[in-house]
Design a protein around this ligand. Structure first.
Ligand SMILES: NC(=O)c1ccc[n+]([C@@H]2O[C@H](COP(=O)([O-])OP(=O)(O)OC[C@H]3O[C@@H](n4cnc5c(N)ncnc54)[C@H](O)[C@@H]3O)[C@@H](O)[C@H]2O)c1
Length: 381
């Protein structure tokens, strides 16, 4: 397996996680990085032994096969289009793009040039979510009839040093954290046919309290509480509650209810966590152990909670898929459909009318433990 060269564009907060975790994977190698702010690019390059470049230089380098687009959401489409024009495959952080039209244009350009487009989130490849995928696929709960998902918190301004973009169009809880939940629902249930929603924006400004903040207050230009109903092509229905105006809540992250049972999932923003299956109203089933490389704990979060973090798994799968000439899981059709769901939720919330989706996609192929192991360096030993 050849390692494909990766050039990062956007050296902010999340680029550190990609640089730290990339060496785990046998199909990728981080080689160069660029940012509008050349000091940030130089710092990231020094930290991880990369070459600091301008954006144009990353696009022009012969040793870069894939541009990893870690810019802010408003720049995703422009940078991804530039990468395709430069003859590079591109993998973007979420949200993939900010409109269906942007996504369709990108998909078309990439297809014309025979290049791959991929996008986060890749947390649905995590051990717990693949465990639930296998429960669904093997009929443990029968046909999925309904689901609930909740992603609610007090926002981003208490931890992110520059939370401006979170509160502008392209941010907000639906487009920022919604991708994890919606993508997981799509991988488990299939594509969405129609959405309805209500939105509110209770605060016009947010006070930034993050320790190393670069700004004191940020204006709010997008709804911060959005509750939606999703109707899937399969006939299943889901309730999705998203908010950055909630102090604390006790709602489950995600549950699926099928003809013969219910399953409870951990936070789709993470790769692992507790899964429980209920096929009687009284007792949870005792689940057989489900061993999966992307469920193995490999770090402690800021609150001391042990977590599995396999970020860049989707990028590594795309790099391997390019070489194996097969479909990649975090693909543009899936990402575009998730964007369609999210932008339609926001439009439905604004208009008050239900919206039929204009895109669809196949469920991405499940990632077995063996297939996940094959993405990791140890597998090549
Ligand atoms: N921070 C997180 O924990 C996190 C987690 C998951 C996903 N993401 C996603 O990753 C992306 C980046 O988030 P972040 O938190 O790293 O943001 P950030 O603001 O810390 O960093 C973004 C960087 O992109 C650079 N940039 C913006 N436009 C550019 C352009 N046109 N060309 C070159 N560089 C450009 C900025 O200068 C900045 O350094 C977002 O889409 C976000 O949704 C972030």
């Amino acid at each position: 397996m050849t390692r494909l060269g990766v050039g990062i564009v956007g050296c902010g907060n999340i680029s550190t996680a990609y640089c730290e975790l990339a060496p785990m994977y046998r199909s990728i190698e981080m080689r160069a990085c660029a940012d509008l702010d050349s000091d940030i690019a130089a710092a990231r390059a020094a930290e991880f032994g990369l070459t600091a470049c301008t954006v144009d230089e990353v696009m022009a380098r012969d040793d870069i096969d894939i541009v990893l687009n870690l810019t802010v959401p408003a720049a995703h489409s422009e940078i991804s289009l530039r990468a395709i024009a430069a003859g590079k495959h591109v993998y973007s952080e979420k949200p993939f793009v900010l409109s269906v039209d942007e996504g369709l244009a990108l998909k078309l350009r990439a297809k014309e040039r025979g290049l791959r487009v991929g996008s986060a989130p890749d947390t649905f490849l995590g051990g717990s979510h693949q465990h639930v995928r296998s429960l669904v696929d093997t009929g443990s709960i029968g046909k999925v009839l309904s689901a609930t998902a909740h992603v609610m918190s007090r926002g981003m301004e208490h931890w992110h040093p520059n939370p401006d973009f979170f509160y502008q169009p392209g941010g907000g809880p639906v487009l920022d954290v919604g991708p994890y939940y919606i993508t997981n629902l799509i991988q488990l249930i299939g594509p969405v046919a129609r959405v309805q929603a209500v939105c509110t924006t209770p605060f016009s400004e947010r006070e930034v309290t993050a320790e190393e903040r670069r700004v004191d207050r940020v204006p709010v230009g997008t709804p911060t509480t959005v509750h939606a109903l999703l109707e899937f092509v399969s006939g299943a229905v889901a309730t999705l509650g998203t908010s950055w105006d909630v102090h604390r809540h006790t709602q489950p992250f995600m549950e699926l209810h099928g003809e013969t049972g219910s399953v409870s999932l951990p936070d789709p923003n993470f790769f692992s966590g507790d899964v429980s299956l209920w096929r009687s109203a009284e007792e949870p089933d005792s689940l057989e152990a489900f061993s999966h490389p992307f469920g193995v704990t490999n770090f402690e979060d800021n609150n001391g909670v042990p977590r599995a973090n396999y970020r860049a798994a989707g990028l590594a799968d795309m790099a391997m898929a390019i070489q194996e000439n097969r479909a990649h899981r975090c693909n543009d059709a899936l990402a575009l459909h998730a964007v369609d769901v999210m932008t339609s939720i926001l439009a439905a919330g604004e208009s008050g009318a239900p919206i039929e989706l204009s895109t669809t996609c196949d469920r991405p192929e499940a990632l077995s433990a063996k297939q996940a192991q094959a993405l990791l360096v140890e597998a090549s030993a």
